[in-house]
Design a protein around this ligand. Sequence first.
Ligand code: ZN
Length: 100
Amino acid sequence: MVMARPTGPCTKCGAFKGVRFLEHHVTYEPEVTVVLCEGCHTRITQLNTKVARLRNYTPLSTLERYFVFDWWMDEKVVLRRMIDKVVQRLIKDMELRRFD
Ligand SMILES: [Zn+2]
């Protein structure tokens, strides 16, 4: 199925024009997607990648994916140079939660 090109606003930053929009998979099963601008999509993807690396590439469960996304939505601004600190905080928060 060919999806229509997503339009804004960005779910994270509210941008609604002048940028490219992408559909982001929050979770795959069930399939939950949101529209993000290119910049926000790059940041959440970077965050997911770093989390996966710190977990020795163990795939995130659906609840964990949802948790990461929800956590990121509450973050105000994630500067690129801050990402390592942010990821460590996120991992700590994840460890405090039980997902089973
Ligand atoms: Zn955005």
